[in-house]
Design a protein around this ligand. Structure first.
Ligand code: NAD
Ligand code: AHE
Ligand code: ZN
Length: 371
């Protein structure tokens, strides 16, 4: 049976989201209907809303950092049941495709092609408004109270975990920690530079602390972010605006030749270059996490790579969601991952546009939307 759901719909790029009641069709075979209890707002939602995302399709329901409860399952669904608590995954884990079986990546291919077009695996949508289809987003669309996902795109988690906090593990916090521990595999004693101190960069600092990095350099043009970075374990703080030379030079000088690992958590291609070039000759590795707009490209002198620096990228921190997210939830439960530190604002769905404003003004780390 089709149900009604309150949702924040992005009808067009660069327009405020509109809170309307959409129609949601029941889950088809291999799909699940989830009631979202809470969702974070990530910079990637703002990026897509800005029109810069080459995969952005409108009208759509954004949101990909949610926590919810399974309300119904389609035919053939076996891994979750009604009442289970889940975190939606924008990086599915089917355990059967070439990517999942490779043991080399978390980038599952099972539903990625249709997901990137805003569609369910059968190339249709489950959302509509006034009879017109509304596109899905990142396979999750957590800015709707009810959403439909492929079974392979939900991670079952313990019912004791508070969904209005562990929702942040659906993207930002897992991404930052995973990039450090899975992608870079930072080792004890290493030096680390983190560019951008939003939800992703601060989570990378937690990861660096977990890895027992000896020095964690936090870089942001908004100095109000330094206090939380310090609380989470950063040891040095740099505002590039305080210097009249390239920031990579400043970091190379203060670290006797560069850092062992750097992480770009902004989505700025000039900063990606700086992050690579502040890595130590011979072995320094730089990980791109930030998402840059359509058409933008990175550049550096090839000599930077010839002389041993490594440039990598990381999606969802290299984490295989269905298998590994429960352990992240456990770490949040024990306090090893301090989710409360990230939640600077809580609000209802009606106020969601304010969450975007706060992000753009640099006043929030994460806003959690409660349904
Ligand atoms: P955010 O807006 O909360 O934080 C970005 C931070 O970067 C802010 O503190 C801002 O002041 C700082 N900043 C901006 N310009 C800067 C500059 N020139 N130098 C230094 N700092 C600067 O964003 P977020 O939610 O933390 O997301 C960060 C980026 O990561 C975005 O591009 C987002 O799309 C991307 N992201 C990628 C993945 C992935 O899996 N690869 C996952 C989540 C988010
Ligand atoms: N649609 C974008 C791609 C954006 C992108 O790189 N997304 C990240 C996750 S950001 C979450 O906040 C990602 O996981 N990428 C891997 C993938 O399969 O999308 C564009 O630029 O076209
Ligand atoms: Zn995100």
């Amino acid at each position: 049976m089709t149900i009604k759901s309150r949702a924040a719909v992005a009808f067009a790029p660069n327009q405020p989201l509109q809170i309307v009641e959409v129609d949601v069709e029941p889950p088809k075979a291999g799909e699940v209907l989830v009631r979202i209890v809470a969702t974070g707002v990530c910079h990637t939602d703002a990026y897509t809303l800005s029109g810069e995302d080459s995969e952005g399709v409108f009208p759509c329901i954004l949101g990909h950092e949610g926590g919810g409860i399974v309300e119904a399952v389609g035919e053939g669904v076996t891994s979750v049941a009604v009442g289970d608590h889940v975190i939606p995954l924008y990086t599915a884990e089917c355990r059967q495709c070439k990517f999942c079986k490779s043991g080399k990546t978390n980038l599952c291919s099972s539903v990625r092609a249709t997901q990137g077009k805003g569609l369910m695996p059968d190339s249709t949508t489950r959302f509509s408004y006034n009879g017109q289809p509304i596109y899905h987003y990142m396979g999750t669309s957590t800015f709707s109270e009810y959403t439909v996902l492929p079974e392979v795109s939900v991670a079952k988690i313990p019912k004791e975990a508070p969904l209005d906090k562990v929702c942040l593990l659906g993207c930002g916090v897992t991404t930052g920690i995973g990039a450090v521990l899975n992608t870079a595999k930072v080792e004890e004693g290493a030096t680390v530079a983190v560019f951008g101190l939003g939800g992703i960069g601060l989570a990378a600092i937690i990861g660096a602390k977990m890895a027992k990095a000896s020095r964690i350099i936090a870089i942001d043009i908004n100095p109000s972010k330094f206090a939380i970075a310090e609380e989470l374990g950063a040891t040095d703080f740099i505002n590039p605006k305080d210097y009249d030379k390239p920031i990579q030079e400043v970091i190379v000088e203060m670290t006797d030749g560069g850092v062992d690992y750097s992480f770009e958590c902004v989505g700025n291609v000039q900063l990606m270059r700086a992050a690579l070039e502040c890595a130590h000759k011979g072995w320094g590795e730089s990980v791109i996490i930030g998402v840059a707009g359509a058409g933008q490209e990175i550049s550096t002198r090839p000599f930077q790579l010839v002389t041993g620096r490594v440039w990598r990228g990381s999606a969802f921190g290299g984490v295989k969601g269905r298998t590994e997210l429960p352990s992240y939830v456990e770490k949040a439960q024990t306090g090893e991952i301090p989710l409360d530190t990230f939640i600077t604002h809580n609000m209802g769905l009606d106020e969601i546009n304010q969450a975007f404003d706060l992000m753009h003004e640099g006043k929030s780390i994460r806003t959690v939307i409660h349904y």
